[in-house]
Design a protein around this ligand. Sequence first.
Ligand code: TRP
Length: 328
Amino acid sequence: MAKKGRVFSGARPTGRQHLGNYLGAIQNYVALQEQYDCVYCIVDVHALTTVETTEDLKSNALEMALDWLAAGIRPQESIVFVQSHVPEVMELHMYLSMVTPLGKLTDLPTFKEKIRQQPENVKYGLVGYPVLMTADIVLYKSDIVPVGIDQAPHLEFAREVVRSFNHRYNTKVLIEPQVKHTEILKVAGIDGREKMSKSLNNHIELASTPEETIQRVKDMVTDPARLRRTDPGNPDVCNVFTMHKIFSSAQEIGMINTECRKAGIGCVDCKMLFAANLNKHLEPFRAKRADIASQPSFVQDVLDDGARRARAIAQQTMTEVREAIALP
Ligand code: TRP
């Protein structure tokens, strides 16, 4: 079947993926393969703007790719690769920087947030983060970019840079990407408040064992007003109930919704039911992950092959770009 166009998305190498990554991005990456040619990139160069040490970058990239493959990204169809393996992106980044007003970069909300978070580490590369992201997208002539709402300003920025470039060099080589907002299943961590993230250690790893998963679920914060087993609870403010709505059957959800409110079911039983359903849901993922992990160099081979295929597209684009600029 002919596909509708090319999807590109990038994610920083954060190692083993968690439930938040799965529900917010990976599931969507997998689904998009049905209708689009997909290019999924592990953006290690972007990671250099924030990481303190680089010693885990490689293992984090491999673990992340392994999780993507186990979750159903099909490397025969889709291109999965590491950003720095296709160095053409750095060259394009430089050319795009020539049509990017500095003020546009320093005005971006994401940049302002980063200066707040790491005021002692504001480097040239950090300011240029969105230019590199634009280079990622346009190098592969991507039509669609699935991102969360936090990345929307970057996408709008990318579209402006494309227009500026095409206008400045009187060309049509670069394609303006369309944003596709991913279903935002913003999942809270086990603390029940903050967004699930590895850095806050409030996450549930997809690759953890069933026992570890149960332990993590046991640690989940429920309705804070429910202090004793005999107190009625409020599922509307309970993160465990939110998870049930994703992983449990309609009948179970209905039962909890009723029973929790009249203290018919306790938090422990409610959590155990969720943990069981989650473990069941992740069983095929975990089996596939173990299978892939048992084949030495499988993931590395996928990434090498991905880089080769990505590079073929990139080199073609760069030939056109250099011509458009009229470089000698
Ligand atoms: N900036 C994205 C993030 O922080 C990662 C990213 C880099 C990206 N290049 C991209 C996302 C290209 C989509 C398309 O999550």
